[in-house]
Design a protein around this ligand. Structure first.
Ligand SMILES: [Fe+2]
Ligand SMILES: [Fe+2]
Length: 252
């Protein structure tokens, strides 16, 4: 059994009422402190994008500090991230504009973190090179083990008007790849700043809540975004037979 914590959209550097990003940093620290204090083990902590609010090098320096953990921390970029400083400052790699895709081999499962960002835009797309890479990774290596595929933008409408217009498009191409690989147990994403669960390509599509804020449904009224809801995260528990169960937690 593998337990993974999943958080998203910490938006470090987001300025609220001139606080210089202090609120965003505190919220991310609160969630990471909660995970570090858990008595039991975690296979990994996933952060599905929008680590930085403006994609600034300083925000990635903060991210490196705030996300330092006793657990392995796996990330992918979101629409607020910028690939060059993300690579250089957070990952300590050579700068480059190509998508930041990573395969992580955890005990009992492969986790593929994909880059659904499009430089300069808020909607998302897995480009052809990313989909070819995903197809190849799923076909090679530990094919007997389940795989989790994570990215920032949900490839389906969530009935949240603020997000549906800037979701991941070109999703039929992703569906074609996923249907070739029955080892994929679930899809994990963020971007929507709401804890949600739906399906895509016959698979669970599990959305991590936003740490920095919560986007609300039309039936809830109001401005459509709440900065009052406390930070939240998800725990995904993967059985030996590849079945995933998700629990959502409020932190604080
Ligand atoms: Fe976000
Ligand atoms: Fe986003």
């Amino acid at each position: 059994m593998l337990t993974i914590a999943h958080l998203s959209d910490i938006h470090l550097g987001q300025d609220r009422h001139g606080d210089g990003g202090e609120r965003a940093r505190k919220r991310a620290e609160q969630v990471m402190a909660y995970l570090d204090a858990l008595p039991g083990p975690l296979g990994a902590v996933l952060v599905t994008g929008d680590l930085a609010d403006h994609g600034l090098p300083e925000e990635y320096r903060q991210a490196a500090e705030v996300l330092a953990s006793r657990h392995p921390v796996l990330t992918c970029p979101g629409n607020h991230d910028r690939r060059e400083p993300y690579r250089e400052v957070l990952l300590g790699e050579e700068p480059g504009e190509q998508p930041v895709n990573r395969l992580h081999r955890l005990p009992g499962a492969d986790v593929l973190m994909l880059d659904s960002s499009i430089p300069g835009r808020h909607d998302g797309l897995l480009d052809d090179s990313t989909l070819e890479w995903l197809d190849a990774q799923l076909a090679e290596g530990r094919t007997e083990l389940p795989a989790l595929v994570a990215f920032h933008h949900p490839p389906a409408e969530l009935h949240v008007p603020k997000v549906d217009g800037i979701r991941q498009f070109g999703e039929i191409r992703l569906e074609r790849v996923l249907r070739r690989h029955p080892r994929v147990a679930a899809l994990l994403c963020g971007h929507s700043h709401t804890p949600a669960a739906t399906t895509f390509a016959g698979l669970p599509l599990l959305v991590a809540p936003g740490v920095v804020s919560t986007i609300t449904l039309p039936c809830e009224g109001g401005p459509g975004i709440s900065f009052d809801h406390p930070p939240m995260l998800a725990f995904h528990v993967l059985d030996g037979d590849g079945r995933l169960t998700t629990h959502y937690r409020v932190v604080g």
